[in-house]
Design a protein around this ligand. Structure first.
Ligand SMILES: N[C@@H](CCC(=O)N[C@@H](CS)C(=O)NCC(=O)O)C(=O)O
Length: 206
């Protein structure tokens, strides 16, 4: 059976959602963040040297990195589900990689500079302009669409969900109507709700 090493309030929530959408059996091993630093506990390093979540054990192999996990599990178990139509493959691949490769960067930077207080002043405008650029690109990419790629849920929506949930937790989505409607649509899915039950408390994006 698949085993998900799930860190509280983290990117692994979207992997639980993926597994629920695919209707797969899986075990959840939960880990709590250090309340002061927010870091994962050292036990995760025994599973994978990076010690980050999500990590998935599948038949003795350890899968790391959300985008790779999503791609691998859909390829192995999807039977066509959550995959793009052939004509949408380029767009799908772009967003699957873009979410962590580009869009998450200024959000993580924002998280870090918040700890610096006034010392962050010289770099904050640059982070803000990057955030604005990525969020307006994504807002435009959702214009007139229910889902990011084609007209049904794919792995790209699941991968992007954490970006938007993190942005929402920083109150960055307030004036972006396409995002808000899209995120509400994703959150209303029964599989998303089941994943919340499996993962435990998850305040991100609320
Ligand atoms: N790009 C990686 C990022 C993994 C990552 O940084 N995970 C965070 C959780 S959201 C983590 O484990 N943080 C705890 C730590 O760094 O100790 C992915 O998408 O899997």
């Amino acid at each position: 059976m698949l085993k998900v090493h799930h860190l509280s309030e983290s990117r692994s929530q979207r992997i639980l959602w993926l597994l629920e959408e695919l209707g797969l059996d899986y075990e959840v091993v939960r880990y709590e963040r250090d309340p002061k630093t927010g870091f994962a506990p050292p036990e995760l390093k025994a599973i994978h040297p990076l010690g980050k979540s999500p990590l998935v054990e599948d038949g003795g192999r350890v899968l790391a990195e959300s985008g790779a996990i999503i791609e691998t599990l859909i390829r192995k178990y999807g039977q066509g589900r959550l995959s793009p139509a052939p004509e949408d493959l380029d767009r799908y691949t772009h967003f699957l990689h873009y979410a962590e490769g580009s869009a998450m960067l200024p959000i993580v930077q924002l998280l870090y500079v918040k700890r610096l207080g006034d010392a962050a002043a010289p770099i904050k405008p640059r982070i803000d302009s990057e955030l604005k650029s990525h969020l307006s690109y994504l807002e435009g990419s959702l214009q007139g669409r229910e889902y990011l790629v084609g007209n049904a849920l794919t792995g790209a929506d699941i991968q992007l969900s954490f970006v938007l949930e993190a942005a929402k937790s920083f109150r960055l989505l307030a004036e972006l109507p396409n995002f808000t409607a899209y995120l509400d649509r994703l959150h209303a899915r029964p599989a998303y709700q089941r994943a919340l039950e499996r993962g435990g408390p998850y305040k991100m994006g609320r």
